[in-house]
Write a protein of this length. Sequence first.
Length: 85
Amino acid sequence: MSEQATRDWHRRALVRIKETVKKRSVDPSRERTFPIGEELEMVQWGSAGRPVNRSVWWTSYDIDGAFIIESDKVEIVSILEEVQP
C-alpha cells in the first residue's frame, strides 16, 4: 500500500542524469536527449489525499511542456526546496 499525502507537497532538486535518455514533451511537441552527467533542476509534486508518487521527475510544473524522467535514471545532487507529503 502506498503512502497517502496528508497535504499538497513538492520537491525541487538539482539532479544528475545517470544514463542517457531521450524524452518527448507533449505541447509543444519536442524531443530532447539528456546525456550522462547533465545536471538540471527538476520537480516532483502531488496533492493531499492522493498516493505519493516519486517514480518520476519533471523538468517543470507545465504538464504538457515538461520532459519526464524516471527516478532510477537520475541521482539527487541536492534538495533545493521540499514540502513533505
